[in-house]
Structure formats: structure tokens, C-alpha cells
Write a new protein. Structure first.
Length: 251
């Protein structure tokens, strides 16, 4: 019996080799279509349950959701038109940050002229530092949701105690207080707080709320205050400064 030349058999093998690749491709496509078909089948009962659950959650209250069991503040729906009284803002902040108020990590003071949200050092910073802690960032995120679209003057004030500080990073309490206020303001700005009516101030130890002769007093004095007030007629705007006779001084 005559054998076929070896080179002829090799040529036939090479000619049929594409069939293996083609078969693999068809198998993969079939698997893809099966996965797409399976994922497109919606469980109507489960979909209805999820839909009803979301409807119940988002239909409650006046747009402010209180913190969870761990005291972490959750989403706040921003004020739609920016026109809101200082007392209303204070009520909203107290409701959404109730656990922090109860723990002494947030103090709310309101008067006819201004609303002050006082944040102690222990919530925001390590001693002698200006980097904001994670817990503090969560609080600032929630406050930004409340203050985001308000047409008010918002000022971030940094305060320290009277103990002098001189480090490689901060030469004095003035430097520390300004940097802390700046970091708080910037953290809120990148989360959506408009910079148009935002001001940053640092007072060092010059505006204490308690006596610096005691440990408790010093602890209370180390703070950052977010001050909300009505816009003054002399407040700067994108068009220049407005003065009392309603004349605009253009840039």
C-alpha cells in the first residue's frame, strides 16, 4: 500500500486548522448570548418590592434624612432656591446632625443676625495639625449639602487656645488658625459650596469663648466656626462692589 507523501498531509492539516478557531469563536458567542438573555429577565415581584421600598424612603420628611445608628450623617437634599431663614437652617442642621450635637461635637448658635456652627478641634483635627480627619470630612460633607445653594454670607473662622505653637509647619497660632479655616473651607468648596460668598479668617487665640487658664477652657477655644449671615449691600460680587447709593464700582 502506497503512503501519501508527508508534506501533503501537513498541508491538509494546516488548511483545516482554522476550523478550531472558528468553533471556539462560535462557542464563546453562544455563551455571551446566554448570559445576556439571562440578565435581561427581570423578576417582576422583586422589582416591585424594591420600587415600593425606595418610594417610602424618599417620600418621608422635608428632605433631610437623619443620621444612621452609628451617628454618621447621611444625604441632605440641597435647598432649591437659596432663600431660607437662619432659624430654618439651624433647625435643619440640628435635625440632621443630632447625634453630633448630643455628643458635644457640634454647637449651634443662632440669633437675628447670624447662625454659628462651631466645630471643636477633636472632631476635625489632631492636636497642632490642620489636616481634617475622616469623621470631620463626613460632617463637613453633610453641612455642605445644607449650605450649598444658600444666598448668604458664609465665613469660616479658625480659632486656637493661648498656648504658643512654633513648628516646622506653623510658626504661630495665627498660621495654624488660618490653615485650619482654609482647609475646612476648601473641603466644603470641592464638595459643592460656592466660593462666591465664602470668606476665610484666622483669629489665633484672640477671640476665646472660654478662659484659657483651664484645660476645659482651652479645649473649647480650639475650634472652627462656620458663620452664616445675610449678605451685606457692600458684599463683593462678580460685577464689583455694591455701595449704599446702589452705584456699582466696576472692576
Amino acid at each position: 500500500m502506497l503512503k501519501r507523501p508527508k508534506h501533503i498531509e501537513e498541508e491538509e492539516d494546516k488548511r483545516d486548522r482554522y476550523l478550531i478557531t472558528y468553533a471556539d469563536l462560535i462557542t464563546l458567542l453562544l455563551g455571551l448570548f446566554v448570559i445576556l438573555y439571562a440578565s435581561s429577565q427581570v423578576d417582576g415581584v422583586k422589582y416591585k418590592e424594591f420600587s415600593n421600598a425606595f418610594a417610602k424612603v424618599f417620600s418621608k420628611g422635608d428632605g433631610v434624612l437623619e443620621g444612621n445608628a452609628n451617628g454618621v450623617p447621611v444625604t441632605i437634599l440641597p435647598n432649591p432656591n437659596g432663600q431660607e431663614s437662619l432659624q430654618s437652617i439651624a433647625n435643619k442642621a440640628e435635625k440632621s446632625m443630632k447625634s453630633f450635637v448630643n455628643e458635644g461635637k457640634l454647637e449651634i448658635r443662632v440669633s437675628d443676625k447670624e447662625l454659628v456652627l462651631a466645630l471643636p478641634e477633636k472632631l476635625l483635627f489632631e492636636s497642632g495639625k490642620a489636616d481634617i480627619k475622616q469623621e470631620g470630612l463626613k460632617v463637613l460633607d453633610t453641612l455642605t449639602k445644607i449650605l450649598g445653594k444658600l444666598q448668604k454670607q458664609i465665613t469660616i473662622d479658625g480659632h486656637t487656645d493661648s498656648d504658643p505653637i512654633r513648628t516646622f509647619q506653623f510658626e504661630s497660632n495665627w498660621h495654624l488658625s488660618v490653615q485650619r479655616a482654609l482647609n475646612v473651607g476648601y473641603a466644603m468648596m470641592i464638595k459643592g459650596l460656592p466660593e462666591t460668598n465664602l470668606s476665610i479668617r484666622g483669629y489665633g487665640a484672640e477671640k476665646p469663648i472660654e478662659n484659657n487658664s483651664t484645660v476645659i477652657g482651652k479645649t473649647k477655644n480650639r475650634r472652627v466656626e462656620i458663620v452664616i449671615s445675610e449678605l451685606s449691600i457692600t458684599a463683593p460680587s462678580t460685577k464689583g462692589y455694591l455701595i449704599k447709593d446702589s452705584v456699582t464700582i466696576k472692576k
